[in-house]
Design a protein around this ligand. Structure first.
Ligand code: D5M
Ligand code: FE
Ligand code: ZN
Length: 528
């Protein structure tokens, strides 16, 4: 292809016929075939052409905007450096099954970039909204005599001490030698909840594992007023319930097409530890129409941290290969351009991205450095978190996963490994909240509406951030934690985090595959 003869042929075809040839075409084409092949070039699918016809004369500016292989064919002037830096992959020479199917991406819920006022008032409204959204769920799960709110609970407990059910936000949680002490609040009152370790060993264990400040919970117990109002919870007559307890997704998405979605995250472009070789291999794999898995991939879903960013942590500069944020996104956009055009891409931001850090993080489309991404076809940029419906059937909740660190630190039996990450994500589902522990390391924007509530139980909850890959089907929900394309950093080494590098998770969406838990996922290890 690089021979002088091939170049001449390519130039001749470009100039005389106004058609750019793919390298593949160049290999196949003999001089005398040209007129016949060109006649068929109106069939857009004809794979031997780049499918871009130049009307009239060959415009050098136009050629300059074309892909790398055109430079190669036509031998256009490109500096050695530019040439080396330009990411490229072998383009498919025939169309795979995924090209025959229409894609469907619908963003069901996302946070628009409204500014938070940051005041106490803002937080009061925020928690009130959280409670309003989650109280009905808790109510549906706990049988007993419900009171309307804590004010009514106190009134009833004073007149007629007894067993009642109430919902509220946990505002304080303490463990003493003999009991767990919770403060439960709602819009009108506050009550102390006492869970005796001896009288309620089971519930104590549950509280120790599952309950944290900021959660909305339901409590059933014996309420009375001593010095103040108290609810005593015992294993025999009481209960502590999380809003998502026992929830499940029973409806299997009715996808008839043979399509797949690939989940990746934490690409960290710009980092010295970015495994460019593996990311390139990923793109090459997707461009291979003969691969029995890749040929069906219709959606690529990216869970955030697409670039390493700048100024994310002290001393980051030393660890950056690309120290310019615009260049980092430019490079990511160049990679995305190499994806086959029948694949739709969904990208949410993470804590390394150039956007507000407080959750919910607005769409990358509102980030100046990320503008190159907005110019690409088939790339969707929802907020973090976002609920997205793909292929008309599958509800995917996307979240970068900033809260998982706090859950793992807090949780008595979760560590920074696949099992711990699965436990942490499942806690989000049970708490029906993406940041179930309030007051940790995750900044939350005090918006009047709490967008971090999991309102709809999803088919998929996909997270990134921990750089640890894990999959589990839990109560009909596919819990997916994506791996990374960043090798272990010095920091991660110090704290003992071993990332999963270069592994991608494929969800086989076609109904019969999906219905069989053993066939639902295909894990592709690009390091093999
Ligand atoms: O985070 C990748 C993983 O490394 C994630 O689990 C958090 C952890 N990490 C990274 N930096 C820190 C600091 N400074 N403190 C605690 N934990 C950290 P990423 O978002 O890619 O940096
Ligand atoms: Fe990351
Ligand atoms: Zn992250």
């Amino acid at each position: 292809m690089k021979s002088e003869k091939a170049k001449q042929l390519a130039r001749k075809v470009a100039e005389e016929y106004g058609v750019l040839l793919t390298p593949e075409a160049l290999r196949k084409l003999r001089d005398d075939d040209i007129p016949e092949m060109l006649e068929r070039s109106d069939e857009v699918d004809l794979p031997v052409f780049t499918a871009k016809l130049i009307r009239g004369e060959v415009d050098p500016d136009f050629l300059e905007g074309m892909e790398g292989n055109v430079y190669e064919i036509l031998g256009a002037e490109e500096s050695e450096e530019e040439h080396e830096a330009r990411p490229r992959v072998e383009r498919p020479s025939k169309l795979p099954p995924a090209a025959e199917v229409d894609a469907e991406v619908e963003i069901l819920e996302e946070a628009r970039s409204v500014s938070a006022d940051g005041s106490v008032k803002g937080f009061v409204a925020h928690f009130r909204d959280r409670l309003e959204k989650l109280r009905p769920l808790v109510k549906a799960k706990l049988d007993g005599e419900w009171v309307k709110n804590i004010e009514e609970l106190v009134e009833r407990a004073r007149r007629e001490p007894g067993n009642y059910c109430v919902a509220g936000v946990v505002t304080d949680l303490r463990e003493t030698e003999r009991a767990f002490l919770l403060d439960l609040e709602d819009e009108v009152g506050k009550v102390r909840v006492v869970i005796s370790k001896s009288k309620a060993p089971k519930i104590s264990e549950k509280v120790r594992r599952d309950v944290a400040p900021g959660m909305v919970i339901g409590v059933k117990g014996f309420a009375k007023v001593e010095r103040g109002p108290v609810v005593f919870v015992g294993d025999r007559y009481g209960e502590v319930t999380l809003p998502g307890e026992g929830d499940r997704k029973s409806r299997v998405p009715a996808v008839e097409d043979d399509v797949k979605a690939v989940f990746i995250g934490d690409v960290h472009i710009g980092s010295k530890k970015f495994r460019e070789d593996l990311f390139r291999r990923f793109l090459e794999w997707l461009n291979n129409p003969n691969d029995s898995v890749a040929g069906h991939v219709k959606y690529v879903i990216v869970t955030g941290d697409v670039v390493d960013g700048i100024g994310i942590y002290p001393g980051q500069r030393e660890e950056l290969e690309i120290a310019d944020i615009d260049e980092q996104y430019q490079r990511f956009a160049e990679y995305l351009e190499l994806l086959p055009d029948w694949i739709e891409v969904i990208v949410i931001p993470g804590n390394h991205d150039a956007i507000r850090q407080a959750l919910p993080q607005p769409s990358l489309s509102s980030s100046d450095p990320a503008q190159p991404l907005t110019e690409l076809d088939g790339v969707h940029l929802p907020s973090n978190p976002a609920l997205v419906r793909i292929h008309g059937e599958l509800d995917v909740l996307l979240f970068h996963g900033q809260s998982l660190d706090d859950i793992i630190i807090d949780h008595p039996d979760a560590e920074h490994n696949p099992d711990g990450v699965r436990k942490a994500v499942k806690l989000c589902l049970r708490a029906r909240h993406l940041v179930p522990i309030y007051g940790g390391s995750v900044p939350i924007a005090p918006l009047p509406e709490d967008r971090l509530v999991i309102r709809k139980f999803p088919h998929v909850l996909a997270v990134g951030h921990t750089h640890v890959s894990a999959v589990e089907v839990w109560n009909g929900c596919n819990v997916i934690s994506t791996a990374t394309f960043q090798e272990q950093t010095e920091f991660q080494k110090k704290v003992g985090i071993s990332p999963t590098v270069g592994r991608v998770i494929v969800l086989n969406m076609r109904r019969d595959e999906y219905e069989n838990p053993k066939r639902r996922f295909t894990i592709v290890d690009l390091t093999d």
